[in-house]
Design a binder for this molecule. Sequence first.
Ligand code: 5GP
Length: 211
Amino acid sequence: MITKEPNFLIILSAPSGGGKSTILSRIRELYPKVEYSISYTTRPPRGVEVDGVHYHFVSEAEFLQRKQQGDFLECAQVFGNWYGTSISYIQSQLKAGKHVIMDIDVQGAHQIGETEVPCIRIFILPPSLEVLEARLRARGTDSPQEIQKRLSEAEAELQRLPEYQYLVINDVLENAVDDVLNIIKAEENKMCRYKAPALTFLGEKHDRQKD
Ligand code: 5GP
């Protein structure tokens, strides 16, 4: 029987307001093989966010202790707060046969790209800077200064685009979701994920002939 190395990390990065959390939730609804990586953060919870569901909300002291213990596959400061991905959680999900999807910034994506962990990196962009600005305004959660900060941050993040294998334009949400899902499915069938497929296939034929 032909087998493959089936599981990998799916890294989604996007400017703030790029729509990645909505895409991520839709992917999880449509494809249960994909599990979400719950990050640790020192940022306080916002609105409806629940500890242990959206993030593990921890103090800076706890975060730095975990960082020193080597608990994080990657970690970075974003907008003045710490964020990190738990190694043990990722390992347990990969072992359980899941792909792990994560919403992390460009620094974290870079750090994971430097490791041996199998991952695909997807950048999500709105169709234009104007659309991004309009979406940030429509969200109604950020002050005009905050919006300007996020827009200039987005410009800086674009410098890291060459580090990603895929770019998905989030114009119509369901199309962007389809694109990400198609990328995941295509990645599952990449030749390099199979273990010696031709030999295994022919081996079965030879085994039958011996019987
Ligand atoms: P927010 O506070 O709005 O949820 O996220 C702010 C930024 O932090 C986003 O760009 C998000 O992708 C990033 N982020 C969330 N979790 C992690 C993480 O575990 N590691 C890194 N490097 N970035 C993260």
